[in-house]
Design a protein around this ligand. Structure first.
Ligand code: GCW
Length: 690
């Protein structure tokens, strides 16, 4: 083809790309032919399954699909068996999941072969950090989809119902089967009669999509709202109070899922306030929920003020309690031992608690990864965690296998994601943040999936431009694949490492300026009188000799919380993976890295590489302009420019700050700083986002 013709064609394609507001998420498929569905049952869930097949069918015209419900031992939980003309499952929900898988295969151009798909985890749940006052933690995607403010806050409108239904459908399409409707810093309002009525209304909409409703409660509710003198878990009055509350909830929502609790953490009360253990606290609620089949997710995110080692605290508090929890308790553990940093080693609790159900908690919302401004695809971070080798039961004891029931006979298995959803039209703020929601669901369903596969699927489902009546898979032309899919996928897959590079490479962690909502750099930030473990200097420990937190055997001995041979590997400077070096070691500035460079130079090159990576993402994105509708193109382009400016701020702030200790030049082939350190320090309370 002549260049003029190609240009003409591309302009034509781009003009014909319809504006996309992103509200449809990855569910943009429209049917391209007729399908006859026969089904052996009848229920609201099956009705949805049939409708989805008919509305999204992109297989052979006039094909037949049979939906069969029958007991099959090879199928686990709500898994299903897929074959070209049939979906078989033990439950109605299994059928619905099978339908979504079949449609996904049609749309992404994968064959519908005979296959059994079982979920890795039983509980695949979103934790919404939404308050009944309608705010969401950090407000990244605006207000809550569940709660409203003002005079008519509790009125359930048709618009509410539509939004909840769309939300439930999105979750079901990727296998998410639970939602905690309120933040773990739980407001007493949620258990009031009026709010429970709203929960009931939400549950009614989520139910047919198989999304169970859960609530976060505050351990001290008996004394805060129950009028009791204590919330002591062994007090008969407290036990009675919780039983009555649970009974009331189940009278409204018979399939209510259970509670999540943040106790003795960041100012929230817990059993320790009454001289009791986490196990005694969790068991109190577990006993109340047991008769109804409910579960309790008890968070291990605990840390009291310390100048020793915060990373060790959860393990120290929870390990001695292994085996003391009721079987309907699951301990919910953040992926790393501190707090959702750009890179952390996995929490040593994974695999170590052998007699207790343990579920990973991931943060879909990018609290520490540039909020809704930076493009960061989180699949590689979670894949890294799930595939981390714990060695707890020999090689192959990955975090995934230690938590999904493959190794330990846990009564319940689960995985939680802190949601990034709000009332923004596109749900998540940044168009690419939808990919993180999508990824969480897909990994919760199959914790062995690769980031590459997930990105591939998501891009196809989200960005293919499908003219009416044409199957999406026919659009994956060589041109679209080479010019759009491949570069965008590459950018997504690199984006997390880029963020680590320009924020916290080589094991640095928590060097944010705290007042600006965990967004910008603040390695210097340490106001007088502030809790040490809330200040970055506590985490980086920079001095003229070197930098990094010594968690080796001669330091805080954090390494010993890991199983051998990992503990020894991390302990030894020579064998500790360099990506985690400054997490485990205090290293001298002129230590020779594997690259042959000094540590100081290596730090500089990582920051510079991160900035350059974002520069390259900009080029990739500008080049795909003709393949994306204007709306989504512009949002991403604008945010990426800010991401680049932010990356420069991170690099300039960290290099100039640490240079005061390293007393070495920034290698001269690296771009020079453009911001003065003074300026950055004075403005470190400022939010540098859009
Ligand atoms: O990451 C920190 C957040 C808090 C959050 C806490 C937690 C809900 O900054 O806002 O509180 O973790 O996980 O409990």
């Amino acid at each position: 083809m002549k260049p003029v013709v190609i240009i003409f064609l591309l302009v034509f394609i781009s003009l014909s790309l319809q504006a996309q507001d992103g509200h449809e998420l990855w569910l943009r498929n429209k049917s391209t032919g007729h399908v006859t569905v026969t089904c052996s049952g009848n229920s609201p869930t099956l009705a949805i399954a049939i409708k989805e097949l008919q509305q999204g069918w992109q297989g052979k015209d006039n094909a037949k699909v049979v939906l069969t419900i029958k007991d099959d031992k090879a199928i686990k939980y709500d898994g299903f068996k897929l074959s070209p003309g049939e979906i078989q499952a033990n439950t109605d929900l299994g059928i619905l999941y099978g339908v979504y898988e079949l449609l996904r295969r049609q749309q992404t151009g994968r064959p519908v072969e005979e296959i059994i798909c079982n979920p890795s985890y039983e509980v695949r749940i979103l934790n919404h950090w939404d308050d009944p006052d309608s705010s969401t933690m950090r407000g990244f995607a605006s207000r809550s989809i569940f709660w409203r403010k003002g005079k008519n806050a509790l009125a359930v409108t048709d618009a509410d119902k539509t939004l909840w239904q769309e939300y439930a459908r999105a979750n079901a399409s990727i296998g998410i089967n639970g939602a905690v409707l309120n933040i773990v810093n739980a407001s007493p309002l949620v258990l009031s009669e009026a709010y429970l009525e709203r929960v009931k209304a939400i549950a009614a909409i989520l139910r047919p999509y198989g999304v169970k409703t859960y609530l976060a409660v505050n351990f001290a509710f008996p004394s805060i709202i129950g009028g009791l003198k204590t919330s002591d878990p062994l007090d008969p009055g407290v036990i009675k109070w919780w039983s009555a509350r649970v009974k009331e909830i189940y009278s409204k929502i018979p399939d209510f899922g259970g509670f999540i609790v943040k106790a003795n953490s960041e100012g929230m009360q817990g059993p320790h306030d009454y001289g009791r253990t986490h196990a005694q606290g969790a068991n109190l609620l577990a006993d109340a929920l047991k008769p109804y089949g409910g579960i309790i997710m008890w968070r291990a995110f605990v840390y009291s003020p310390t100048d020793k080692d915060r990373a060790k605290q959860a393990y120290l508090e929870f390990m001695p309690l292994d085996g003391q929890f009721r079987d309907n308790v699951i301990i919910q553990v953040k992926n790393g031992p501190i707090d959702f940093q750009p890179r952390e080693p996995f929490s040593p609790l994974f695999g170590a608690m052998k007699k207790t159900s343990v579920m990973p908690e991931f943060e879909i919302m990018k609290e520490y990864l540039g909020g809704t401004v930076h493009l960061v695809f989180l699949a590689p971070m979670w894949e890294e965690c799930l595939k981390s080798e714990t060695y707890q039961e020999g090689p192959g004891s990955t975090v995934g296998r230690c938590t999904d029931g493959s190794i330990f006979p846990q009564k319940h298995t689960g995985i939680a994601g802190v949601a990034n959803v709000g009332v923004d039209t596109n749900w998540c703020g940044h168009p690419f943040d939808q990919a993180n929601w999508y990824t969480f669901g897909r990994l919760a369903w199959d914790n062995t999936l690769t980031s590459e596969k997930i990105a591939d699927e998501w891009i196809k489902l989200t960005f293919s431009q499908v003219p009416a009546g044409q199957a999406a898979s026919t659009l994956y032309t060589t041109d679209w694949t080479e010019k759009f899919l491949v570069p965008v996928k590459k950018m997504m897959l690199e984006s997390r490492e880029a963020a680590v590079n320009y924020m916290m490479p080589l094991g640095f962690h928590h060097i944010f300026s705290m007042p600006n909502t965990h967004y910008g750099p603040g390695p210097w930030w340490a106001p007088e009188g502030m809790r040490k473990d809330w200040t970055p200097p506590y985490y980086h420990q920079a001095d003229i000799n070197g930098v990094g937190f010594d968690r080796t055997r001669s330091g805080t001995d954090g390494v010993s919380q890991y199983h051998e041979p990992l503990a020894s590997q991390l302990n030894d400077l020579m064998t500790c993976p360099e990506i985690l070096l400054l997490w485990f070691h205090h290293v001298s500035w002129d230590y020779t890295m594997k690259s042959g460079r000094t540590l100081w130079d290596e730090i500089c090159y990582h920051y510079a590489a991160g900035v350059q990576q974002v520069r390259d993402f900009q080029k990739i994105w500008d080049q795909v302009e003709l393949y994306v509708d204007k709306n989504r193109f512009t949002i991403v382009q604008t945010r990426m420019r800010e991401q680049y400016r932010n990356a420069v701020i991170w690099k300039d702030a960290c290099l100039q700050y640490f240079q005061q200790f390293s007393r070495r030049p920034i290698p001269y082939d690296i771009e020079r700083p453009v911001y003065n350190l003074d300026y950055l320090m004075k403005n470190s309370d400022r939010y540098y986002g859009l």
